[in-house]
Design a protein around this ligand. Structure first.
Ligand code: 4NP
Length: 185
């Protein structure tokens, strides 16, 4: 069931229409540090795709706007919370680069700061249009307007992020799939 709002679908439609039928949908998840929220988003998206036998049609990665943790695995607390849900986080932190706007179709920031920083990095106005917010895809979490940084939070912060990401990745998958294959929706 598609619960993404019409406004978000209107923004996503031209992006998806630009992807050729035989090319994968390329999604980059972005947060500040690339050690908590975005590597978890990447792993949960990959799990969602694998559950739908759809991994082949997608390319998924994550990056940070900051450069504090380059080369590191995700934060041990995020890895521990993810592992309790059967997810192994193996991503190594990297910083966003301008070339990512060529390498990815949809660039998704976790909070307003990420989105603002991404839009200012975008090489063209068209590229700016391909920056979206993870909250755009919230269904059961639509009372939230961002994925909060859990870095200075306790266990509940990490659990909330994982719940939000599971919600948003499923809606992202459903929405993109219905735009790519409207006959199957
Ligand atoms: P993230 O969390 O953006 O979800 O990876 C953070 C991780 C590290 C820092 C900030 C946020 N830091 O300032 O080092």
């Amino acid at each position: 069931m598609i619960i993404t709002t019409p406004a978000v679908i209107r923004r996503l439609k031209p992006i998806i229409e630009n992807i050729s039928d035989d090319a994968p949908v390329r999604v980059l998840f972005v947060c500040l540090g690339n050690i908590c929220r975005s590597p978890a988003a990447e792993a949960i998206m990959l799990e969602t795709l694998s559950e739908h036998n759809a991994a082949e049609g997608w390319k998924v990665d994550s990056a940070g706007t900051g450069n504090y943790h380059i080369g590191q695995l995700a934060d041990p607390r995020m890895r521990a919370h993810a592992r309790r849900r059967g997810l192994e986080l193996t991503h190594r932190c990297r910083q966003i680069r301008e070339h990512d706007f060529e390498d990815f179709d949809i660039i998704i920031g976790m909070d307003d700061n990420n989105v603002r920083n991404l839009r200012s990095l975008a090489p063209t106005v068209d590229d700016e249009e391909r920056v979206m917010a993870m909250a755009d895809f919230f269904g059961s979490h639509s009372r939230y307007d961002h994925v909060p940084d859990p870095y200075y939070e306790g266990a509940e912060g990490f659990e909330l992020v994982l719940d939000q990401l599971a919600d948003a990745t499923l809606n992202l998958y459903d929405t993109v799939t219905s735009l790519r294959h409207p006959e199957e929706a």
